[in-house]
Write a protein that binds this ligand. Structure first.
Ligand code: DNO
Length: 355
């Protein structure tokens, strides 16, 4: 397991690689070209500049999160061949720059969903939170307005204003796309890109749906153990794998995370580790990483990763906003730094307990 930290790039992130370099245990950064839109071909010069920036701060660029997928690929629209060939060009350029991990998601229209980006906690920190009663009684436009009013100067991952302005059209292209069709489209995409991934040894790591159920009536196919195994079976390639995100899958208390991790031995390419506190049916707050602060057992999770010999990048995921920090919701420096130290402590104990 290699400890890493997500960084959105200069101009997008309040945190710097120089600060990340000072977080004990962290060896690499997971980043992206945050100003590209799904469907665009990435410029080699921009990939090289990103790599040089990260390496200049004494870290490695351990992977890309995300190369986002155009909705025409997900919905199986008329332009999917064009966007698949663009995606392949981006992969080739990443491969030529030595990148060997790409995280992506297959959620229609938008990425993760929350009802609150800054819910106050008794300790004075704020956290991202999900309340199904609020979401289910909102329409999508209201949800957008609420996120817009709370995101501050930060663009939320997967909620690019340019794309969200077209949300009605985007919802429209998924008419008639059910879970089976969406999975079929994922299989089509994976089959098309795998030869390139294999040539450059780029491990594709699909991110689970967050939360792990359907929202706003859209189909979702990365919600649980069964879904993950179906995806692993879509294409038999060592490059077809999973981002095991404990917070996303863990939003559903029926998902037994250590069991899911153990069952996916060899298929997990990337890990996002965070804790959440279940508050009732389809209600949760994101908590501090510590087991006792939330509902997930972080010791058992790290032990399961260790036991299956997972040796890819792992990053702490969303943290609380503490000590007056102003940063992208979920992606401040302080609480994620505390999180990664805590996870490293568990890992050290698990490793030493073995010998
Ligand atoms: C949210 C993240 C997601 C994730 C994408 C991967 O904080 O976990 O935006 O990066 O779903 O493509």
């Amino acid at each position: 397991m290699k400890m890493t930290f997500r960084w959105f790039g200069d101009g997008f992130d309040a945190v710097t690689p120089e600060q990340i370099r000072q977080v004990p245990a962290v060896k690499g950064v997971i980043s992206t070209l945050y100003d590209t839109m799904p469907g665009e071909v990435w410029e080699t010069s921009a990939i090289k500049a990103l790599k040089a920036r990260v390496e200049g701060a004494g870290l490695e660029l351990s992977g890309i999160e995300s190369v986002n997928i155009h909705d025409d690929i997900k919905a199986g629209g008329n332009s999917r061949e064009l966007y698949i060939s663009n995606y392949i060009k981006t992969l080739e350029r990443l491969g030529e720059c030595g990148i060997d991990l790409v995280c992506y998601n297959f959620m229609p229209v938008f990425d993760w969903t929350r009802s609150d980006l800054a819910k106050p906690r008794p300790d004075g920190a704020t956290v991202l939170s999900y309340d199904g009663d609020i979401i289910e009684n909102m329409d999508f436009e209201d949800m957008l307005k609420s996120l817009e009013s709370k995101r501050g100067e930060f663009v939320l991952p997967g909620w690019e204003p340019e794309r969200m302005a077209r949300n009605k059209e985007l919802f429209g292209i998924y008419k008639g796309v059910d879970e089976d069709k969406l999975r079929e489209n994922l299989g089509y995409f994976l089959k098309a890109i795998m030869p390139t991934c294999e040539k450059y040894n780029i491990k594709m790591a699909i991110h689970p749906d967050d939360p792990a159920w359907s929202v706003f009536g859209l189909p979702r196919i990365v919600k649980n153990k069964d879904d993950l195994h179906k995806i692993a079976g879509l294409v038999d390639s060592p490059c077809n794998g999973i981002t095991l995100c404990t917070g996303s899958l863990g939003s559903n208390p029926d998902n037994d995370l250590p069991d899911i991790i153990r069952s996916l031995k060899g298929k997990i390419h990337f890990a996002h580790v965070r804790n959440i506190k279940h508050l009732g049916y389809r209600k949760f707050d994101e908590s501090a990483h510590l087991s006792e602060d939330g509902s997930l057992d972080m010791y058992e999770i790290i032990k399961a990763f260790h036991d299956i010999g997972f040796n890819g990048p792992l990053r702490p995921d969303h943290g609380r906003m503490v000590w007056g920090e102003v940063a992208m919701p979920g992606y401040g420096l302080y609480d994620r730094a505390m999180g990664v130290c805590y996870l490293s402590g568990i890992l050290e104990a698990v490793r030493k307990g073995k010998v």
